[in-house]
Design a protein around this ligand. Structure first.
Ligand SMILES: *[C@@H]1O[C@H](CO)[C@@H](O)[C@H](O)[C@H]1NC(C)=O
Ligand SMILES: *[C@@H]1O[C@H](CO)[C@@H](O)[C@H](O)[C@H]1NC(C)=O
Ligand SMILES: *[C@@H]1O[C@H](CO)[C@@H](O)[C@H](O)[C@H]1NC(C)=O
Ligand SMILES: *[C@@H]1O[C@H](CO)[C@@H](O)[C@H](O)[C@H]1NC(C)=O
Ligand SMILES: *[C@@H]1O[C@H](CO)[C@@H](O)[C@H](O)[C@H]1NC(C)=O
Length: 526
């Protein structure tokens, strides 16, 4: 009897212990626990690991996340990159008010947040996508996080991570390179979303602009044509009143992929290849060549890395400071050969195969058509160019530039850009080329109408001549059959013509020329 009771008690204990074990899985850290240097937390699918590490020969200790499955330790996130620990005394814990704390000998080295929450049951968890989160176990929606490492990237953008701004919370997710390959402290280069005008991704070096992605065109950034060729990941660009971000996803979550900024400021996407145990370079987002520095050729200049010199002026523009330009100082850029005459009506030159100019001083509307866009640009004298916002489905939306056109480079890019020019700069074929399809159609219609009028005029002239001739022949009372072929043209009385053109009504008038007016015949003439 006693034995039985004891067995039951033991079983109960075991069950309780198992339950505790489940609720306290290896991927979480509860408030009563601590993770010390040497301990690690493994994500549920075994993809990522959280722990303490050192880089190279340095004794500095960092708290970070790395790939479990990648043999060459690759760190994707660091908590204390600028506050390394000197020894192995580090300890991570979650406070009861929901704050992750990195402690060393009683001092707080790093903490996730300054905001303490009440009446919560916080738990930290390392998710299988590499996100370290703090969530409330009492919350009914476990997808709501009190804090997440994805909001504070280090130098790496993992699939699903957002680069950009949350306009509601004010969180600005950007990432910064390591100082060098063996020093993870904050380096010189930062990639961030600039939300002035139409949003773009910039890389800055300290306070200077280093490179620019170009605006998103629905499929890719206009400054990254390489993305068109290598569509290996699903890319997403979201901009609405709540948030503006870029992120990418991989087709299969078993693909190990990351986008990172190296200490030299290059944004590179790499995939891990198991068979070779190395990172395979997928693409460099902003191609690094002699044209990549922001604004190298100045306003209205355009860069082509295959040319020598690399900078030239856009059509209709010439170097603003020719002496400087000739010694390869292109920063002054180019000026218009013919000034604009807004009141007199300017035209637009269509160009394609370029990275779109800086959009920080632009305006956009995603529901306008290209025709409305042209009108909007025409009506504002400070508008310098316009274009479709989105190239999908034949193009839609409107993007207007209100500034000198900066940082344009030649690219294998199909999107059209319409640049405001003085009419006199748009000569010959260029005039036909400039403007929208609608304009082309109008020009075509005018040409056709002119040809028609000319033909009708010719007929009338022949008719008039023949009439004159007949009068002459009648008077001479001599008949020359051979020369009288012209007389085969039908003649109509004035009343008949008046009737058939509704009394020369305006609606029937086709046009007018030196020969007189031309009317459409509506009623039968016979
Ligand atoms: C491992 O990573 C380091 C630093 O990123 C790199 O220098 C080294 O070449 C890598 N080794 C292999 C085998 O990929
Ligand atoms: C680590 O050591 C350096 C120099 O010995 C000291 O300045 C620094 O405060 C120490 N950092 C910590 C976190 O103890
Ligand atoms: C993802 O890749 C793994 C390994 O290559 C494969 O076994 C799995 O079927 C793939 N899953 C999907 C949804 O394609
Ligand atoms: C965008 O354009 C549409 C259509 O022309 C217009 O109805 C709408 O008000 C515009 N939105 C803004 C913010 O100007
Ligand atoms: C032209 O556009 C600029 C920039 O959006 C704006 O500040 C200015 O008021 C506009 N001018 C006119 C006449 O609409």
């Amino acid at each position: 009897m006693l034995m039985e009771r004891l067995t039951i008690l033991l079983l109960c204990f075991c069950a309780l212990f198992a339950l505790l074990k489940i609720s306290n899985a290896a991927d979480t850290l509860a408030t009563n626990e601590a993770m010390r240097d040497g301990d690690t937390i493994l994500s549920a699918g075994g993809m990522f690991e959280l722990g303490f590490f050192s880089v190279g020969n340095s004794k500095n200790r960092y708290l970070g996340i790395w790939y479990k499955k990648v043999s060459n330790q690759t760190v994707v996130w660091i908590a204390n990159r600028d506050a390394p620990l000197n020894g192995t005394s580090g300890m991570l814990q979650v406070s009861s008010d929901g704050i992750l704390q990195l402690l060393s000998d009683g001092d707080t080295i790093w903490s996730s947040s300054l905001v303490s929450l009440r009446n919560i049951a916080p738990v930290a968890q390392l998710l299988d996508n590499g996100n370290l989160v703090v969530r409330d176990e009492r919350s009914t929606d476990q997808r709501i996080f009190i804090w997440q490492s994805f909001d504070y990237p280090t130098d790496t953008l993992l699939p699903g991570m957002k680069l950009g701004k949350d306009l509601v919370t004010g969180i600005d997710r950007h990432f910064t390179s390591w100082k060098s390959t063996d020093d993870p402290s904050t380096g010189q280069y930062t990639a961030y979303m600039d939300t002035n005008g139409f949003p773009q991704i910039f890389v800055r070096q300290g306070n200077n602009l280093h490179s620019r992605s170009g605006p998103w065109n629905g499929l890719r950034f206009s400054g990254m044509p390489e993305w068109r060729v290598k569509a290996t990941a699903l890319k997403e660009f979201v901009f609405n009143e709540k948030e503006i971000y870029y992120r990418y996803k991989v087709a299969n979550s078993s693909i190990i992929s990351r986008l990172y900024m190296n200490p030299e400021g290059d944004l590179t996407r790499v995939n891990w290849v198991d068979s070779t145990q190395s990172w395979f370079h997928i693409l460099t987002t902003v191609p690094v060549d002699s044209c990549s520095p922001y604004g190298l050729c100045g306003p209205y200049g355009t860069c082509n890395a295959n040319n020598f010199p690399v900078c030239s002026c856009m059509g209709g523009f010439e170097p603003k400071h020719p002496e400087q330009w000739s010694v390869a100082d292109w920063s002054g850029g180019c000026a218009r050969r013919t000034p604009l005459n807004c009141g007199g009506g300017d035209g637009f030159r269509r160009i394609s195969g370029v990275k779109f100019p800086d959009t920080r001083r632009s305006w956009y509307n995603s529901s306008m058509t290209l025709g409305e866009c042209e009108m909007a640009c025409r009506m504002n004298c400070s508008c310098t160019a316009y274009a479709d916002l989105d190239i999908r489905n034949g193009g839609s939306g409107c993007l207007l530039w209100f500034d000198e056109l900066m940082d344009v480079r030649e690219y294998d890019e199909t999107q059209n850009l319409y640049i405001r020019m003085a009419i006199s700069e748009l000569t010959g074929l260029t005039t036909l080329e400039s403007g929208s399809n609608k304009k082309k159609h109008i020009i075509l219609a005018v040409v056709l109408a002119s040809v028609c009028l000319l033909l009708v005029g010719l007929c009338l002239a022949i008719y008039a001549r023949s009439k004159k001739k007949r009068y002459y022949l009648n008077r001479q009372d001599s008949i020359n059959e051979g020369r009288n072929e012209d007389a085969e043209l039908p003649t109509f009385s004035l009343s008949k013509i008046a009737k058939s053109t509704s009394n020369f009504s305006f609606t029937n008038k086709l046009g007018e020329g030196g020969f007189g007016a031309v009317y459409k015949v509506t009623n039968n003439l016979k």
